[in-house]
Design a protein around this ligand. Structure first.
Ligand code: GDP
Length: 483
């Protein structure tokens, strides 16, 4: 019984207040039953409505998912290329591409859309998406099985003729009249990528949703967190209000519900945590997002030290030779810092600083960096495992410092349930931004490329001006986030 080893289990609900379904084989996914006791911050409570909706959605995934008669029928329909009047089950396939942060936000977005529209979610297994997570739904799989009839779906782009935007533009379908089933295609490709066109973005309009609702198969590509924009679709608003009475905790719940490191990654997480982070009084996570080929930046290092010391996250250090006059007792107060980065230079510098100088408070500061992979190698198995383990480790820290505009950091802050201090990007790389960082307004990820088109008013507009729960992001001024 783990509760005797970890007394915190007693008051931590292992299943996050009913967010997670019980009834999984514990051996198949240790994280599912153990992660709550690694979290000091229990996080927000899911609404009873969200919990019941998730249980109903799990039943839908079981009833219609791979291996069922309904799934075989739907595949036959797709192969025929023809639409059917009232399909038993409808589906959305979420394409997995770019870095793991992008892929997680895409999957979470597709999942919420699936829940709102009663579709079965199927995840494209590309880029190791079939090798990082436990299955989220009991007794079925969320992975798209091999042999999918749309063989080239991972290559769909903004130019694909079957994209919803192109079908509208080319009048293959129209959203202003009611087509018969025979006039509808068997599938549509929904392109909500950074380069989505005006027509692609009509996806977020009510009339278009009515039409899309009648198409049995959707294949979606996004590299972003489109959820804030779903809150602007009138047809979804009432349901979203009931599911998420706290609008700043949407990804927090979706993330904790969907993304459990598989046993291999969970081993990476727990061995590291138990060895380097568990004993400290406080854990501080610092995510330093750098890009391959970028030189190590003394300005970014200074930004990190100024931010963490000015905000009181890490102690200041004394000049060399200054006497330590603090009582020995303060030395027992320790902070463990988890640095994640593709490079090791920032970590080495920070570690040396706290070795070569005493802290002004007498606190003991230890620095740890699990890996430094040098270059982004998305899709390479051990690289992906480390990236996911590091995101998860960041999410187990008590205080987070993240790099602006990074989806890697967004996932960590959402799983953690904390508002991070965000290191702003300087416009000028040779200057330290002032202030060096700021406290984020919410733990939600930022949607970097919202369409900005208001379907009700049929004109361009800024929803942050009239929707109280949407704001522009501090780290991407044109982006939108839930607060
Ligand atoms: P974003 O590009 O910052 O929005 O985040 P993504 O996760 O989508 O893409 C960045 C990718 O680079 C990650 O998925 C990793 O493959 C790699 N990467 C970036 N930073 C780190 C890091 O701190 N640790 C590790 N292990 N990998 C990283």
């Amino acid at each position: 019984d783990l509760s005797s080893l970890h007394p915190r289990t007693a008051h931590h609900d292992r299943l996050y207040g009913g967010l997670l379904a019980d009834g999984f084989d514990e051996e198949s996914c240790h994280c599912r039953y153990q992660s709550a006791m690694y979290r000091r911050n229990p996080g927000r409570r899911p609404s009873p409505y969200l919990i019941s909706k998730l249980r109903r959605h799990e039943a839908l995934q079981r009833r219609c998912g791979p291996g069922t008669a309904a799934y075989s029928n739907a595949l036959e329909q797709l192969k025929s290329g023809k639409s059917v009047a009232s399909p038993e089950c409808t589906y959305i396939v979420s394409i997995s591409y770019r870095g793991i942060g992008n892929r997680i936000l895409a999957a979470a977005s597709a999942f919420l859309y699936a829940v709102l529209t009663g579709r079965v979610l199927l995840i494209d297994p590309s880029n190791e998406m079939d090798n990082l997570f436990c299955e989220p739904f009991p007794n079925t799989t969320w992975l798209l099985p091999p042999g999918f009839p749309l063989t080239a779906y991972t290559n769909f782009t903004v130019h694909t003729a079957e994209s919803y935007g192109n079908m509208l533009k080319n009048k293959v379908i129209r959203s202003d009249e009611v087509p018969t089933a025979a006039q509808l295609p068997a599938f549509a490709y929904v392109h909500l990528n950074y380069d989505a066109t005006v027509e692609d973005n009509y996806f977020f309009c009510d009339d278009d949703q009515r039409l899309l609702q009648r198409i049995q198969w959707l294949v979606m590509r996004t590299d972003n967190y489109i959820v804030p924009e779903l809150f602007l679709v009138p047809a979804f608003q009432e349901e979203l209000d009931m599911l998420f009475p706290e609008r700043d905790a949407v990804f927090h719940h979706l993330g904790r519900y969907l993304f459990h490191p598989n046993n291999h990654v969970w081993g990476l997480v727990t061995r590291y945590y138990d060895t380097y982070l568990a004993a400290a009084r406080q854990r501080v996570g610092i995510q330093v997002r750098v890009f391959g080929g970028m030189p190590d930046s003394p300005e970014l290092l200074e930004q990190i030290t100024t931010c963490t010391q000015r905000e009181g996250l890490l102690p200041e250090v004394l000049a060399a030779g200054e006497p330590m006059i603090l009582p020995a007792a303060s030395r027992t107060k320790s902070k463990a810092v988890l640095v994640t980065s593709l490079r090791s230079w920032y970590y080495e510098k920070l570690k040396s600083m706290y070795w070569e100088h005493a802290t002004a408070t007498g606190e003991v500061v230890s620095m740890h960096q699990p890996s430094h992979e040098e270059y982004q190698r998305s899709g390479a198995r051990s690289h992906e495992h480390k990236a996911w383990a590091e995101i998860y480790l960041l999410s187990l820290t008590d205080v987070l410092v993240t790099s602006g505009r990074s989806t890697f950091g967004y996932v960590a802050q959402g799983l953690a349930g904390v508002r991070p201090w965000v290191l702003y990007k300087s416009g000028n790389s040779s200057a330290v931004p002032d202030p060096p960082c700021g406290r984020d307004v919410s733990m939600e990820p930022c949607f970097h490329k919202p369409p900005g088109y208001d379907c009700r008013l049929k004109q361009w507009g800024d929803p942050s001006k009239y929707v109280p729960y949407l704001q522009h992001c501090d780290d991407a001024s044109w982006g939108l986030k839930l607060v």
